[in-house]
Design a protein around this ligand. Structure first.
Ligand SMILES: Cc1ncc(COP(=O)(O)O)c(C=O)c1O
Length: 440
């Protein structure tokens, strides 16, 4: 029993990546058993919780025996709180009457409509780009842009902490992939220089994000661009987290390069963080449009973004880039700063820069897993990120802030975290002492 508990706290999911055997049972039982074990001890953070209410700072979550209880929610990506905005909801209701609920085709056939086109034009204009293409999800956009623009003859140099959609696309597109150390521009330059010297005429792609969600940090984009131009490379920038929610005007990291030449930059992003919808986009020069349309598997061979999602994103776009958007961003920023201050005041270390994701450092994986159980006892939702999502022994809880959290909810959450940490630490101490006694 004790060994089981220790395994549930310490064995890593990555240990199950090498699948062996011929039958489904042989191949998949080890991971299934491990998941059952973690769930048995309540230390599995991806426990597929069922939410029975709207996504707001308070949500009803199913606990034992299908009973729902009220939880404080810091686990949703709705940074500007627009998922429950009445104007957004009405826009969607009206569009359902006009267009129905389903795009019902790939966008290369009949899956596009007037809304798709309007939203594409607005995004292109906002990014001062020549064109934009919408995808059904952010993942599809980020994967699709790389999968279509990069071929096996090209070279990729990607930030080591880039999102799964970007990394999977790199693997799919070419075997010539190198990772540079996270945000380390010296390393990036070293790799770029070497590659350009050995391949004077090849396509070289640099891939970075606007805001990294595990660390809450941003690249020095101005200098990334300088290097990209110096070595005649092409930059792909994923602005999923910062676009809409950060910056004076909601343009996120792009506000740091407003006067730069973005001719060889392609931007991809998502609606799922600030635009209250599924969906993604790719913006850039006109000349790439046909390449994207014909060669992104996630565009060409996937159903178009639904009219409801386009309508939600379009209304959010209107709000985000209006005075109301400025107010929401200010509220969000105040909440972020308040949360960081509260966590620090109560002995927690927070990583990175102020952003809608506040990573609260815990460290040891066993303590963090036990805390993921204790925060449920505390009726608090926040996401545990453990190895391999973050380096070993650097587990964090990601607190996702929204503009509609109150300061009271934030300080309550910090207190609940404090209790959860104390309770988890004493349970851990007991287990370790017990194990030592047994060994003696
Ligand atoms: C940096 C980044 N890019 C892309 C995506 C995918 O976006 P979506 O969830 O909208 O598919 C995510 C999602 O978390 C992300 O964090």
């Amino acid at each position: 029993m004790k060994t089981d508990f220790l395994n549930a706290l310490n064995v890593c999911g990555l240990d199950f990546i090498r699948i062996k055997g011929k039958t489904l049972i042989e191949r998949h039982k080890p991971l299934d058993d491990f998941t059952i074990l973690r769930n048995k001890f309540g230390v599995y953070s991806c426990a597929n919780r069922v939410i029975n209410t709207k996504v707001t700072p308070h949500v009803e979550v199913e606990v034992d025996h299908r009973k729902s209880e009220k939880f404080l929610n810091f686990s949703s990506q709705d940074y500007l709180g627009l998922a429950q905005n009445e104007d957004v909801k009405n826009a969607v209701k009206n569009i359902i009457d006009e267009y129905g609920i389903h795009a019902a085709s790939s966008p290369i056939l009949t899956g596009r409509n007037k809304l798709t086109e309007t939203l594409e034009n607005k995004l292109a204009e906002k990014f001062k780009a020549e064109q934009c293409l919408l995808y059904p999800t952010g993942w599809a956009a980020c994967f699709g842009v790389i999968a279509s623009l990069v071929t096996e003859l090209d070279y990729i140099i990607v930030d080591a902490l880039s999102h799964n959609s970007l990394q999977v696309a790199c693997k799919y597109s070419t075997s010539h992939v190198q990772k540079f150390r996270h945000n380390d521009l010296e390393h990036l330059e070293k790799l770029l220089k070497k590659r350009r010297e050995s391949e004077p005429n090849a396509g070289i792609f640099v891939i970075v994000e606007g805001l990294y969600s595990m660390n809450s940090d941003m690249p020095d984009l101005k200098n990334v661009l300088r290097l990209v131009n110096k070595y005649e490379a092409i930059l792909i920038l994923d602005v999923a987290h910062d676009f809409g929610a950060m910056g004076q005007k909601g343009l996120g990291i792009l506000e740091t390069v407003e006067n730069e030449n973005l001719e060889n930059v392609v931007i991809c992003g998502s609606f799922s963080k600030s635009f209250a919808s599924n969906g993604g986009f790719v913006v850039g020069q006109k000349v790439i449009r046909q390449q994207l349309i014909v060669f992104s598997p996630t565009y060409t061979f996937s159903n178009g973004i639904s009219p409801m999602q386009s309508a939600a994103a379009l209304k959010c776009f209107e709000i985000i880039f209006s005075k109301e958007g400025d107010v929401l961003r200010k509220k969000l920023k105040d909440n972020i700063n308040f949360a960081i201050k509260e966590f620090n005041k109560n002995g927690f270390i927070t990583n990175g820069i102020p952003s809608p994701i506040v990573p609260v450092h815990i460290g040891a994986d066993d303590l963090a897993r036990l805390m993921s159980k204790e925060i449920i006892n505390q009726r608090l939702l926040a996401n545990l990120a453990e190895y391999p999502g973050v380096p070993k022994k650097q587990a964090i809880f990601r607190f996702q802030l929204m503009s509609n959290h109150t300061q009271k909810q934030i300080s309550d959450a910090v207190q609940r975290m404090k209790t959860a940490k104390e309770d988890a630490a004493s349970t851990l101490k007991e287990i370790i002492e017990d194990t030592q006694v047994n060994v003696l």
